[in-house]
Design a protein around this ligand. Sequence first.
Ligand code: AHR
Length: 831
Amino acid sequence: MSSIRICTEQPLFETAPDFYGLFFEDINRSGDGGLYPEMLRNRAFEDSILPERCKPLDGTYGFVTPEGWRDQFNNGEGLKRWMDGIEETPVPAWYARDAGMSLDFHDTLNKNRLASLTIDFEPGGYVTNIGFRGLSLVQGQHYEFYMFARGNVSLTVSLESKDRHVYAAKTLDITGTDYQRYDLTLCPDQTDPDARFTLESRAGGSLNLGFTSLMPRDTYKGHGMRKDLMEMLHNTHSGFLRFPGGCIVEGFTRETAVRFPHMIGPVWERPSHNLMWHYRTTNGLGYHEYLQICEDLDLEPMYVINCGITCQGRKPELFKGEELEQWIQEAFDAIDYAIAPADSRWGSLRAQAGHPQPFKLTYLEIGNENDKDVYFSRYEKFYHAIHEKYPQLKLISNTHTENRGLPTQIVDEHLYSTADTFVTASKKYRNYDRSGPQIFIGEYAVTSGLDIGNLKSALAETMYLMEAEKNQDLVRLTAYAPLFQNVDYTAWYPNLIAFNNHACFGIPFYHALAMLARSHGRLLLKTEADVRSGYPEPEGLNGLIAYQPGIFVKNVHVNGKTAAFSHGIIGSVQSHGNGILELTSDYIDELEGYPNTGHIPMHTAFVTFGDTEESSSTFELEVLLQSPEQEIDIAVWVHSTPMLFSRDETNPFYTSWNPIYTDRYVWSIKQGTGRFASVNRFNYSYFGTECRLPIRYGEYNRFQVKTRHGGFDCYLNGRLVQTACMVPYPMVAELASEDDTYIYVKIVNIDKTEEAVEICLDCEVDAEYEAELLTGHPKDTNSLDEPEKVCPISRTFSNGSGAFTYLAPAYSFTVLKLRKAVFGSARESIS
Ligand code: AHR
């Protein structure tokens, strides 16, 4: 039984108006072919052009930047797995039949276009674009096509099926030696999510295509964005939108960093560039479009600028001197484009683009995930320059710049971790100095062990946010990351909203987030809670980590069954016969071009055993240690993160099982003593007491760890030598807020059993109340086939009163909406 006492007479503070927000980054092809519903892939014919100054690796497979960062390329198709079932073509997404097709790098539409497409049609020849895994057509809808072309040819422009059944067609005569714009509208007579776009010439002839585009006419508020995805955003009830990134702000070279001037003006004049998420963007969803989205969804804009550094995790380039000054000027220009009057230099460009009135611009973030001295010096310059000219903007820094004595208004902190970590992580805010800067949790997500967010991760994330809400005097802004995922082009997992070219769904946390935002309230109320606590559920593989060479192991068993070597996270094992394995480390200062920034000790070997990720209750193995100097960790549960940008075979360091993305519980045996720890990367959080262990050096010792509820029992050569209790954490979390009419009580129960929660209030509420409930099996998730498998359901109860009991189902998040029995206006403000 848990209990919550809600003190409506003691509101703590007003809630932060922009607490729940969104973060859009063009990742997983969420721009072109996503929120920006361009239907033609490679509309500017530039996808197969290598990023500037980068050198090809293994033919067209990958490239390497001048500083040595490597990425996959595949002739511009992106990641290899995106090409499954896609026929090879020299010009991605375009296919020619009875026609010659080649890129022309000289005769381009304008100075910003890198190529045009030359097509020589034989009579009856044609070229086809396959879009983003097909074009999605809806019968009776209108699709607007335009292209810039020069040449002499009569064309039939059509929308058709894969096998060339025509749904809509019109003819166009191309004449002239200069590029001209041609426009037409097509209205298909059938629905087909896997259609094609075709240009065909009956008589033959030649042309150069300078730029093409095909878009649905029906877009959100007529402003060009995909309707269903915008509605998904609208339904989150968010307060702000961070844009454009993320790592793409930084780029992997100076040419691939996001630039404001490339994101405004006619789209065919905007330069394209490669994003670090393995494809090229035409910047159609640019800065103007972003500001328009904010206006249409009533979101406060939060624009992120590059502050003179490319991505620090990808072998950075640093901008200095005059080049750095230019980036400061670019920040000014972007700000002016948004807010300066229509008769100013930048305001007039905004007006030409159809928005004479200034947009809003509320927040500005100086860099993304930047740190260290190279950041501090640049941050200081940008901060002073921008603050002096635009004191009304709220400025955000990437790290605790205040600790360097730098002026700091808001600090952006990011967290990608395990569900267990999320349950406790935001408790740290209780201890933050209230006289310091405000906190923006700019990117967060449970990533460990997940391809897609499930109910378990949603509940952990919800607990994290509820604790952050309790610290709303400090934590003012939050945003899950990333926002979107085209399921056919995913580079990062998990994401909040998934879509293909015609459908979409939210992961369970999408629904939790909307529930939280809807019930945010205006005042946070004091609660006194006595809630049940518990322990993490054992989940994961077993393993062994050796920190010195020459460590041998044999007779490895999991739950009484022989367990074979399964993953070499660092190094591997060498077999010496008779079941004896030696741990080997291949770890050097640099792995496949990636520096050892994680401070992983030299000679480390880290391997796992067993072939499932199921819970283990007993792990045993015999290890030969020569002296106390040979140190090991017996890893009891090892979780991996299957992915991130990492499922990129060009950087083998980033595989599912790598030292950066594995978390674990270990019995750590060092200098003859044992201690338990939970470990993230190579950061140890110890728990339990340290014990001297009677290890027999020079011979095999049998180590055995038994997991029991809330702890571990450890045996050495058959004797119980150490026990450790895990740090308990809450299984139930609560939060209460109010507005003029309702008191909102939020309850999360992450346990496998229903929990009776006694709720006491110091005021009267109506007997009838509504409960919005998100529940299911912890591993349940949503999908294109079952988009609403985990989504909120509403229940009405009639036992509301000053004291009543709510039964919180196992694995659930509930919002109780209690109507105040005597309601007037809520307190105007907090004194
Ligand atoms: O959200 C995905 C990436 O995670 C962002 O680009 C970056 O800021 C972070 O590392």
